[in-house]
Design a protein around this ligand. Structure first.
Ligand SMILES: Nc1ncnc2c1ncn2[C@@H]1O[C@H](COP(=O)(O)OP(=O)(O)OP(=O)(O)O)[C@@H](O)[C@H]1O
Length: 264
């Protein structure tokens, strides 16, 4: 089977600035990748090219082995969950109302005058919440949910479109340690399910890479400097070099890797 996304020798330039240089990377169906790299290294740009929101200046992108596909249809099969999306959800919409809007590209049920979900769609939204262990959240307003619960609801919303790819863009930003750990263990269980969508997990914190995220790529200055099995890519030497930092240790515990900072 051809890769879900096959990026070949892609450059991306804006004005005189080269933002991506000779990037090649393949995402197989069902694979889960962590995407690491310092601020401004080109992660978001790479993801936008992969998802078909922007076009490369040179090189090519195949999706399912084909170059020319209907990108509007393709984009409907991608769930992009970011902190920006969290801020767009009206606080008064309930969790289930938020999930049902997964049938559209927008959030905010009361602001979508032409979208009138059927009873069957509401029933499905309830099922989606139940399937991920969040049935109890259904009638709670989005505004009262914790940061972790909001991510869970947006995950359920993304599944309404039966996505082939989920992009989780720094999902743990703003979470306290307890919320973050509960959310990450919940997410790990979701990703470990067979036949789920491929996932791209963007983070700045290597300890957030859960065991189910078996592959990692690292960007730096517009290129992919490392890609492959998480166990081989997320090493002390590679992390120190990618972020220009010094660690006392990158300790493995609970099949995750925890940076221990060196004394300065
Ligand atoms: N439309 C644009 N015009 C000019 N420069 C751009 C444009 N889009 C991105 N850049 C620049 O390209 C570089 C890569 O940006 P990008 O958002 O892809 O980085 P990132 O790795 O996602 O960063 P962060 O971790 O801070 O989110 C940055 O220096 C950014 O300022």
């Amino acid at each position: 089977m051809p890769p879900l996304i096959d990026i070949q020798h892609v450059d991306y330039t804006q004005g005189t600035t080269k933002i991506l240089r000779d990037v090649s990377w393949q995402l197989d169906a069902g694979a889960h990748w962590a995407v690491l790299g310092p601020n401004g290294s080109g992660k978001t740009t790479l993801l936008k090219i992969a998802c078909g929101y922007i076009w490369p200046s040179s090189g090519c992108v195949l999706r399912g082995g084909e170059e020319l596909i209907d990108l509007r249809e393709w984009r409907k099969r991608i769930g992009w969950i970011s902190s920006e999306l969290v801020t767009q959800v009206p606080k008064k919409d309930t969790a289930v109302e938020t999930v049902v809007t997964g049938r559209t590209a927008q959030v905010g049920l009361r602001y979508l005058p032409t979208f009138h979900p059927t009873e069957a769609e509401f029933a499905e939204a309830h099922e989606r919440l139940e399937a991920i262990g969040c049935a109890a959240l259904a009638d709670k307003p989005f505004g009262v949910l914790s940061q972790g619960e909001r991510q869970q609801v947006l995950f359920a919303r993304a599944t309404m479109a039966e996505p082939v790819l989920l992009v989780l863009d720094e999902p743990c930003a703003g979470m306290d340690p307890g919320v973050r750990e509960r959310f990450l263990h919940w997410l790990d269980a979701q990703l470990a399910q067979p036949d789920g969508p491929s996932t791209l997990f963007v983070t700045h914190h290597v300890e957030e890479i859960m065991p189910s995220v078996e592959r990692t790529l690292i960007m730096r200055e517009g290129t992919i400097v490392e890609q492959g099995a998480t166990s081989e890519v997320v090493t002390q030497a590679i992390i120190e070099s990618a972020y220009e930092i010094q660690l006392a240790e990158l300790r493995e515990s609970g099949r995750r890797r925890w940076p221990i900072w060196a004394e300065s």
